[in-house]
Design a protein around this ligand. Structure first.
Ligand code: AHR
Length: 640
């Protein structure tokens, strides 16, 4: 044994002589994820619908007209092209007179005077071209109303080349749904879907849709498999949805209403997206809850506290707006109905609706969030209290998550905490987007939080960058959250996803385009913590550095050591594992390190991308380890 190691063991023995290992219970749900339809996370992202603007509901009023790049490009025919083949003579119009239903007001109407060589109709290019795989099946559907019987040709195309084609017979003077399956002969990264009518006269069209059959878990109206798999790989304990600012909305008329997002997709009530695009609600509450179940995560819906977002009402009003008190009973009832919908017996009104949607078993809702980083105004307080009181009266077992403003230390944070001391929600949601040094300077933030007060949900945080150094600063901070896992119960990095080229917020955890997923280094930090969480925290096991942790999973007995070094130079640490009996003699060691200024490719895979590297090591009672500069290391020792 080297002299240095001997010396280290000696020093370790002395330093630990007075500090006995101690364990405490910490939250099992510490590491979750935050989904918000921002950066085209849902429509154009996770939601696998390939047709953009399928129901002609895009409107110039969806967007902030100052958003230069969208000016003039955002209207009911965005992503659509009017097709007239050969010498066809036809006209297309947007109609509202006799819609599919009162929630879905716009539809397209074509009138053909001369059919031409191959008819006339519409083409949709999806989100910058559709990705089609040879041999795979795609489900097409459309609602049509025709004034004469005839045919429509449905084609997948790339330029002049036809990838797949089928014909549907159309015959109904009332709105009717038509469905077909298309199988492509070729791969394409730039495909379109076409619907071409083959007879003279008028046809009305709505909800023109195309889904891959291969969605995540092959679900209908499902999710893009590669993106959902990236989430599954995180093994998050919970999923927060649907926001963020999206949840409390751009003025009261834009507050997210969960009831608008369930049921048949053609009956959902679409709305504009506070992030300057459009919400189809195709990825609605049923799909969110289903995703949670498929991934094995607890659902954490966060709904507005009866007030809108204070700083994003730039088009619909002015600052935080409150639902009028005379409308609050109905709003509160919506919250109660959500709990019944999620957990109620199928004989209840809302439980039955869940069963009718295909899920008779309850979803097991445990947490509900009220409000998102709202200013703590009298209007907020009055409405929050009403909602919380009603929930606790009817469902005392539901854990309410309150909110303490957008920052870690300002007036809203102080007033939010003071309000939480009065109203006693089980948890409050803290948010902070700060530079990496802030995270390194705040490793003791929670050490002195009062354990008898509300627990903390760190619902949104990020260190404003995707370099290795950012990720390591976040990892260092996460060791402090594990150490304080008896008061910090939940955490979620934000934002989660960003579609390259359609991004309103940077940095994000996972970038993607139509073909690929690009996890950031920050993603790997989240994954390493989440995949290696425990419910027991052991202190006085590791010496040599502050940003380390030792947790144990009481179910398996596995012991997990995490070592974070945010310095450029290596640092030695030592762990005394003699408190743990019957452990394996070898362990897995995962190291994330590299050049601290590096970021992973966003839009391309680079040779230099930083990813965790796994190896197997021998472990005894004393483990000495040299942490590389700018690194996170996770060592997992399984119980025999
Ligand atoms: O995560 C992005 C935004 O940051 C959220 O929508 C909002 O809650 C916060 O300000």
């Amino acid at each position: 044994m080297k002299k240095v190691t001997l010396l280290y063991i000696l020093l370790f023995a002395i330093s630990t002589a007075f500090a006995q290992p101690q364990k405490k219970s910490i939250s099992r749900d510490l590491f979750g994820i935050f989904i918000e339809d921002l950066n085209y996370t849902a429509d154009g992202g996770l939601y696998a619908e390939m047709v953009q603007n399928r129901s002609f509901e895009y409107s110039p009023s969806d967007i902030d007209l100052r958003v230069y790049y969208k000016k003039g490009q955002w209207h009911p025919f965005t992503a659509w092209e009017f097709l007239k083949t050969g010498n066809a003579i036809a006209k297309i119009s947007l109609e509202t007179e006799h819609p599919l239903n009162s929630n879905n007001r716009h539809y397209a109407s074509i009138e053909i005077f001369t059919v031409g060589s191959k008819g006339a109709g519409l083409r949709n290019v999806g989100y910058h071209g559709m990705v089609i795989k040879a041999g795979e099946q795609y489900d097409f559907s459309v609602f049509l109303r025709t004034y004469q019987k005839g045919e429509a040709k449905i084609k997948l195309t790339e330029g002049d080349s036809i990838l797949a084609e089928t014909t549907i017979n159309i015959d109904s003077a009332k709105w009717k749904k038509y469905e077909a399956t298309l199988t492509s002969k070729k791969n394409s990264e730039n495909a379109s879907i076409e619907i071409l009518f083959q007879q003279k006269g008028r046809v009305d069209m709505d909800m023109i849709s195309l889904f891959p059959q291969k969605t995540y878990k092959n679900r209908k109206n499902g999710l893009r498999a590669d993106l959902a798999q990236t989430l599954e790989n995180l093994q998050p304990a919970f999923i927060r949805f649907p926001g963020g600012c999206l949840t409390h909305g751009d003025g009261i008329n834009n507050i997210y209403r969960w009831k608008h997002t369930i049921g048949p997709v053609e009956q959902r009530i679409e709305d504009y997206n506070i992030w300057d695009y459009h919400q189809t609600m195709g990825l609605g509450f049923f799909e969110y809850f289903q995703l949670c179940e498929d991934i094995g995560a607890k659902p954490l819906p966060v709904l507005a506290a009866g007030v809108s977002c204070q700083n994003s009402a730039r088009r619909r009003g002015d600052g935080q707006q409150a639902i009028p008190m005379e409308e609050m009973d109905e709003y509160v009832q919506d919250m109660l109905d959500l709990i019944e919908w999620a957990n109620g017996d199928i004989r209840t009104t809302w439980g039955r609706k869940r069963a009718e949607a295909g899920h008779p078993e309850p979803f097991g809702l445990e947490y509900i969030g009220i409000g998102n980083e709202d200013h703590i105004t009298p209007a907020f307080k009055e409405r929050f209290s009403m909602i919380q009181r009603a929930i606790k009266e009817k469902y005392p077992e539901i854990k309410v998550v309150g909110t303490v403003g957008p920052n870690p230390d300002d007036k809203d944070w102080r007033e939010g905490w003071a309000f939480a001391r009065e109203t006693k929600p089980e948890l409050v949601d803290e948010h902070y987007y700060r530079p990496p040094q802030w995270f390194l300077d705040n490793l003791h933030r929670y050490d002195n939080y009062d354990r008898s007060e509300a627990k903390v949900y760190v619902g949104e945080y990020a260190s404003r960058g995707n370099t290795l150094f950012n990720a390591i600063a976040e990892a260092a901070y996460l060791t402090s959250l594990e150490r304080n896992g008896d008061v910090v119960s939940l955490t979620s990095y934000a934002p989660l996803f960003a579609r390259i080229g359609d991004t309103q917020w940077n940095p994000d955890l996972i970038y993607f385009d139509k073909l690929h997923v690009y996890p950031t280094i920050n993603y790997y930090v989240q994954k390493l913590f989440s995949n290696n969480s425990g419910d027991l925290y052991w202190s006085n096991i590791i010496v040599g550095a502050e940003t380390v942790s030792c947790v144990q999973d009481s179910k398996t007995g596995d012991v997990i050591l995490k070592f974070v070094n945010a310095n450029d130079e290596p640092v030695n640490v030592t762990a005394d594992l003699s408190s743990f009996r019957q452990m394996q003699k070898s362990a897995s060691q995962i190291v994330l390190t590299g050049n601290k200024n590096m970021e992973n490719g966003k839009g391309e895979f680079k040779d230099t991308d930083i990813q965790p590297v796994t190896s197997i090591i021998k472990v005894g009672k004393i483990l000495t380890y040299e942490m590389p500069g700018n690194s996170l290391t996770v060592i997992r020792i399984n119980k025999k």
